[in-house]
Design a protein around this ligand. Structure first.
Ligand code: PRP
Length: 210
């Protein structure tokens, strides 16, 4: 049986590939991919590279058995699949951030820009505040700088993007890390194979000190 994995391309991919390799999977194709998107170098695994939200689309439609994706995407999409392992990488956090002159107590209804409208809505509901949310696809940090929004809700890892754009953190929301998620049918059909793979990943985590 070939285990099919949808891996989030970009930062998650870079941090997960060493773990996959340490658990015995041939990732030479992923490392030298050019513009390829599908990798069959390892006879027991097929890896596809997709954007985070698409990992869940492939997983929910049973096109892959396993998805490797940030918990930010899982939380935003309210995903019904099984998160079976915290990969111990891709660690970052959600923050509310804005310019230095932002007043969190402002009387006017706040406008918040974000790639994560559901997480943002839940956060402001939890503190009893009604805000207007504007969905942005990327470079969210621009929004308060050019007057589109009063503040942003976004993930930050190193803090460099906030710092270089002179943005300040006003609240810490939830932490984020990369999760391994398994399709519900696959959990039932291929339990031994998936269990073995997860055990090897856990070994790799220990060996790499992740
Ligand atoms: C994410 C996030 C921030 C940045 C934070 O964006 O939305 O912009 O990373 O990282 P840092 O704290 O290490 O600077 P991403 O790079 O995924 O791209 P995007 O701007 O297209 O959303």
């Amino acid at each position: 049986m070939t285990i099919k994995i949808a891996l989030t391309k970009g930062r998650v991919e870079q941090q997960v590939v060493p773990l996959l390799e340490a658990s015995g999977i041939d990732c030479s194709g992923v490392r030298n991919k050019g513009r390829r998107l599908i990798f069959n170098e390892d006879p027991n695994f097929q890896i596809i590279l997709v954007k985070g939200p698409d990992v869940l689309t492939y997983l929910n439609n049973s096109s892959v058995h396993i998805g490797i994706v940030g918990s930010d995407i899982l939380a935003e999409q309210n995903n019904p699949q099984y998160a079976m392992l915290d990969m111990g990488v891709g660690k970052c956090r959600f923050v509310l951030a804005s310019t230095r002159d932002f007043n969190p107590q402002q009387v006017r209804r706040k406008i918040i820009a974000t790639k994560y409208p559901n997480i943002t809505k839940r956060y402001f509901q939890s503190i009893g505040e009604d805000v207007e949310i504007i969905k942005i696809e990327g470079s969210v940090e621009l929004a308060p700088l050019i007057g589109l929004a009063d503040a942003i809700v976004d993930i930050t890892e190193t803090g460099t993007t906030l710092k270089e754009n002179d943005l300040h953190v006003y609240a810490e929301l939830q932490p984020v890390s990369t999760k391994l998620v398994v399709n519900r049918l696959a959990v039932k059909q291929y339990r031994p194979e998936i269990k073995t793979f997860i055990n090897k990943l856990q070994e790799a985590q220990k060996n790499l000190g992740v």
